[in-house]
Design a protein around this ligand. Structure first.
Ligand code: ADP
Ligand code: MG
Length: 347
């Protein structure tokens, strides 16, 4: 059987790394993005520029591809659903619909008796007053947030008056967890009870943006087992196909919480490119294209740092050590807080 052509919706660095992994497997890729400068076009075989609700572009995209996946979760459900009628979309659009909505996502996780932060939906300002037990908390938009965008720390009711918030857009208030550590689990599910699970990754955020990821994570065996168990439960319950990331909080009393699920490859898993025999990207392509599942094998411990904004410039001209791997996302413009590249060091 000839190999399928993989369509990727979204053209950022995750799309680039998916396209690179596909190339290694001799799978052709077509990237569809609403950004004319999308960096992933430099790594894919074909590129389609268009709005995500442009039916002509959607048809052009589906006619050129056999299987479709996506690199970010904030694609309108209607778009994914429309495409799924013509070509299989993996992970399934229904999964994305749950996970792209913080409230639906947390309800789903709690139904499985998996701990999340305490939370409540907020639809108007006066409701907040009665939710004092969730303060200090974080007010987050229910949809479209990433890298801490759309989040506000709320210490008291007065804080709200200083913010000019349109509550009709949908908000969630989450109790602030006294964090000891953050970890993530990357898992690729192929089919029923068939997984490859990467070991927990320890993550450090700065201004709610991931700064550093390290393996091994410095955590207890209990947390290690629990986090893997929960990631497998979530992937199985969703009947997920592809790579998924579960972000966790560990509080100062050693309680584990699921923070959120990313229905896609994830920034904290970039170190898997150099630290494992099969990266999170290759595993995603293998799973969605129904290729062979290969047992994971760790090659080395590793540390990854994100190069944010102008931090990239030093690395563009830096002499690298043999254990250092620099990735430049080739974005057109350097912007404050924009992820421009990363450096993985094998340790
Ligand atoms: P995003 O979708 O932007 O990644 P997250 O909910 O993962 O949003 O929040 C980003 C970061 O902000 C988290 O990784 C964590 O460092 C911090 N954070 C978010 N929610 C909480 C919380 N309830 N308690 C403590 N820290 C939090
Ligand atoms: Mg997050």
């Amino acid at each position: 059987m000839s190999k399928p052509t993989l369509g990727i919706i979204g053209g950022g660095q995750l799309g680039s790394m998916l396209a690179t992994a596909a190339k290694k497997l001799k799978i052709k890729t077509v990237v569809f993005s609403d950004d004319i400068d999308a960096p992933a076009q430099k790594f894919s075989d074909e590129f389609i520029f268009g709005k995500y609700d442009d039916l002509n572009k959607i048809n052009e995209f589906t006619s050129k591809t056999d299987i479709i996946t996506y690199e970010f979760e904030n694609i309108p459900y209607e778009t994914l659903n429309q495409i799924n009628k013509i070509r299989p979309v993996l992970p399934k659009p229904s999964i994305n619909r749950v996970i792209q909505h913080r409230l639906a996502e947390k309800d789903f996780i709690n139904k499985l008796n998996i701990r999340t932060t305490q939370y409540v939906a907020i639809t108007n300002k006066s409701e907040l007053d009665t939710e004092q037990n969730l303060l200090p908390g974080l007010l987050k938009t229910t949809t479209l947030g990433y890298d801490g965008k759309g989040q506000h720390v709320i210490n008291s009711f007065e804080d709200l008056n200083e913010l000019n918030i349109d509550f009709s857009k949908g908000y969630i208030l989450e109790k602030l967890v006294k964090l000891k550590k953050e970890i993530s689990i990357i898992i690729t599910r192929f089919s029923d009870k068939k997984y490859e699970v990467y070991e927990p990754i320890e993550n450090i955020h700065e201004d709610q943006i991931l700064k550093q990821s390290t393996i091994p994570a410095d955590i207890s065996d209990k947390i290690l087992e629990q986090s893997k168990q929960w990631a497998m439960m979530l992937a199985e319950e969703l009947k997920y196909v592809g790579t998924l990331c579960v972000e966790f909080f560990i509080d100062r009393n050693e309680n584990l919480y699921v923070n959120e699920i990313a229905p896609r490859v994830h920034n904290s898993g970039h170190l898997t490119i150099n630290a494992y025999n099969v990266s999170q990207f290759e595993n995603h392509v293998r799973a969605v294209c129904n290729l062979e599942q290969i047992t994971l094998n760790k090659i080395s411990n590793a540390k990854m740092i994100n190069l944010i904004g102008s931090q990239i410039t030093i690395y563009r001209n830096k002499q690298l050590a043999p254990n250092e791997f620099f990735f430049d996302y080739l974005k057109k413009e350097i912007k404050h807080k924009r992820k421009m590249g990363h450096l993985t060091t094998l340790i």
